[in-house]
Design a protein around this ligand. Structure first.
Ligand code: GLU
Length: 424
């Protein structure tokens, strides 16, 4: 019987949450003891110090991480987060979720995640560039097109991916576009990658609303988080004909029961950087936004915002998890008991991002580029198949939708480990 000493390395609320989700899923599919710990714990991680010269000439040392959870079926894949609250445990949990996500949707990848403890809003462009390049420089021997392929996440974007791709390429001595995804189109980025996560969230929400027989014209939406994922989710849902009644970012939210003009909000944020003082409606807090009466609630920011404290007060019909890990395990139990809210779990709901990252990687490796229509058609096809497999698993075993999605993802990783055997 395998026994793992759980190292204190990753210990945190969010890592324990991911572990408990895993334990529950492993119990549900009777995963053998021999495979459990091998499948559960991250394979390896790297922690780095990143000294950066500041605008005033002083030097600040930032701390960065990369956790590779699983590499059994291909290179590991996952974003890099720049945020002041990043911890190694959080990055490990996010890496774990990437494993189940890539496996669930059938990508030839394992899971990974990276993070740097910093507030990118407090850095100048030059400081951000130095930090991004320094991070990649430290990762040169840890990542690569066939080892681990980073991408954007909270606080990072195409510009940062471009600097990272350039730093890596300079080290190896030739252009290596496939080392990161989410790049600008000019450097081998894919059509549709920037909007892919939000477009996928909106597409799946639309499909589930069809199942629930709620017409788009009668759909109201509250989106928490107006970064890349939240804004694209809001935009795509408004284009489908839904009314977006609330949006928010870390500075607070805007509520307008008549509907918010998302293009106007996007333009505002382009120049003002945040939603603060946007005049599209009345001010609302992030906490109040989550409890609004609406059809679709889309948490698109950070983990653990729907908890056992507010789960009983939610007034939505469908939760579309654009963020990773927005719903705690205790909140899941409350929502399951209520029985009146459907959840599209994160590993399914926000998988559009990594799916188009996969398309980008394929295009880079083959040097053959697709049109936006081709990308979107393939993306929606993969989401349809993933949704169908989750629904079939849910029906077959009478699982919650989250358990159905996690068991599918985990089983495939465990099967791959089983088939490969254990290197002596
Ligand atoms: N950071 C995104 C996620 O959490 C995208 C990862 C990727 O494209 O590799 O799924």
């Amino acid at each position: 019987m395998s026994k793992v000493i759980v190292s204190s390395l990753y210990d945190s609320d969010v890592f324990r949450m991911a572990c408990r989700q895993f334990d529950k899923a492993a119990d549900a599919i009777n995963l053998s003891e021999a495979l459990r710990d091998r499948t559960k714990y991250p394979r390896r991680c790297l922690a780095v110090s990143l000294p950066i010269k500041r605008r005033d000439g002083s030097i600040t040392v930032f701390e960065g991480y990369r956790v590779q959870h699983n590499l059994s079926t291909g290179p590991s894949k996952g974003g890099i987060r720049f945020h002041q609250n990043v911890t190694l445990g959080e990055v490990a949990a996010l890496a774990m979720w990437m494993s189940w996500k890539t496996s669930l949707v059938g990508l030839p990848y394992g899971g990974a995640k990276g993070g740097v403890i910093c507030d990118p809003n407090q850095l100048t462009d030059a400081e951000l560039e130095h930090l991004s390049r320094r991070y990649m420089q430290e990762m040169v021997n840890f990542v690569g097109p066939h080892v681990d392929v980073p991408a954007p996440d909270v606080g990072t974007n195409e510009k940062i991916m471009a600097w990272m791709m350039d730093t890596y390429s300079n080290h190896v001595g030739h252009v290596e576009s496939a080392v990161v995804t989410g790049k600008p189109i000019a450097l081998g980025g894919s059509q549709g990658r920037r909007e892919a996560t939000g477009a996928g969230v909106a597409y799946l929400a639309k499909k589930y609303l069809e199942d629930l027989k709620v017409p788009m014209g009668k759909t109201t939406v509250a989106v928490q988080g107006f970064g890349n994922v939240g804004s694209e989710t809001a935009l795509a849902l408004s284009r489908y004909g839904a009314r977006i009644i609330a949006i928010s970012d870390y500075t607070g939210g805007i509520y307008n029961p008549k509907g918010i003009d998302i293009n106007k909000a996007l333009n505002y944020v382009r120049y003002q950087k945040t939603l603060r003082d946007f005049d599209g409606g009345e001010a609302i807090s992030n906490e109040a936004l989550l409890e609004l009466k609406c059809t679709v609630l889309a948490p698109c920011a950070l983990e653990r915002v729907i908890t056992d404290k507010n789960a009983g007060r939610l007034k939505c019909r469908l939760i579309a998890e654009g963020a990773n890990g927005p719903t705690t395990n205790a909140a899941d139990r409350v929502i399951e008991e209520r029985g009146d809210i459907e959840i599209i779990p994160d590993v399914l709901c926000n998988s559009g991002g990594v799916i188009v990252s996969y398309f980008e990687w394929l295009q880079n490796l083959s040097n053959y580029y697709w049109t936006r229509d081709e990308v979107m058609e393939k993306l929606f096809g993969m989401l349809d198949r993933a949704k169908d497999s989750v629904e079939a698993q849910k029906r077959k075993f009478k699982f919650s939708r989250r358990l159905a999605a996690l068991t599918l993802g985990i089983q495939r990783v465990a099967d791959a480990k089983q088939s490969r055997g254990l290197f002596p």
